[in-house]
Design a protein around this ligand. Sequence first.
Ligand code: ADP
Ligand code: MG
Length: 434
Amino acid sequence: NLTTAILPPPIPANAVAPEKKGETVQQIEKLQKQREERRAQQDEIKKKREVERALDPGNPNYQFSVMIRDYQSNIDFRPLKITDSVQDTRISVCVRKRPMNKKEITRKDIEVVTIPKQDHVIIHQPQVRVDLTKYLDNQKFRFDYAFDENADNEMVYRFTAQPLVNSIFEQGFSTCFAYGQTGSGKTHTMGGNMATHETTTKTKQQDWSKGIYALASCDVFRLHRGEYRSLGLTIGCSFFEIYGGKVFDLLKNKNLLRVLEDGKREVQVVGLQEETVTSDQQVLDLIKRGSDMRTAGATSANSNSSRSHAVFQIILRRGNKLWGKFSLIDLAGNERGQDTGSSDRQTRMEGAEINKSLLALKECIRAMGRNSAHVPFRQSKLTMVLRDSFVGENSRTCMIAMISPTMASCEHTLNTLRYANRVKELGCEDGDNA
Ligand code: ADP
Ligand code: MG
């Protein structure tokens, strides 16, 4: 019975004993919490039902969706809440699942990803036996945080990039990566969500202020004006992309830039535009300018930007001296690394380059985690330009692995999770798939 399920259980008459006021308050709080949790669960179920309504028994995936629902009905859902505490780690690896989109619902694809609690992801991989009976291969993964389809960018930011902002004022070099298949939500997370503009007629535009680039910049200004005011630092931004192993300036006509290692073994991107900024609005303008530049001029804008890594940097200086740096990276689609079998030579070479850089990135973060003296940053342009971030004592990093919820993306999703799992091996408390 749904109506009674969402009501709190009646409070027993003897619960309000005047001499135990403290206990009563506790009791009420407990009941309130239980009610909130129940409500969240109900919402979850309601949403699932909506998606299922689009399904029907004639759908070839119907049986799988029933099996997944059965599996889910035995789970106690405890999603991450904005009020949960944020842990302090030098390397964190998180996962974000995006919601199904209209197209996926219309073509009757089904959701195969469950996020039961704040650090767990379950993939229900549909399988068929030789006798044609269907079954699910349920694979569990553990990460620092797992964000379900209800989490917004602000929530993701709070648990991923925000804890790293302070460290750049402490002379650190921090990085935040968005990793995943094309269409999984990397640009949505880093650049900003699509918002329908009230003024214009129904056109959707990216809301740059709600992306991790902008949210991090806001916090940098806040700390600069507050806690770290006395340092007298200046703030600058740069924005470039790495495409086919070459670096292009997104704030200056996509100029081709050279990467050099100088005598002090420091890596320089020669001639990279760095613009001083003093307000949130200025940063937003830069983000928009650079993002437009990234997708401009391509015959197929989408495929093009999915083959490049975009690097947005917030740079702190004291006088001319570099003080700290925060690099936020919207990586190339990881499925592009598999284009090595393409018949097109250009595509094949770009694919190989992407593959190489993502492997190098994984190795560099692993080396960082081991405090290894040898960080293999020379293996790709991407890791080369980020060298400081892997070797500095104050360096911290965070990777957000984006995943699509659908059955059609299941293989890519598993690849993404396996990669993320290798970057930081947390194992799984159940022991399987550790
Ligand atoms: P990527 O950069 O990884 O290729 P995008 O960020 O462009 O993927 O996302 C693909 C589509 O999905 C976009 O239309 C985006 O608005 C939408 N999308 C991605 N993540 C979410 C999310 N968490 N909530 C709602 N829509 C999302
Ligand atoms: Mg993108």
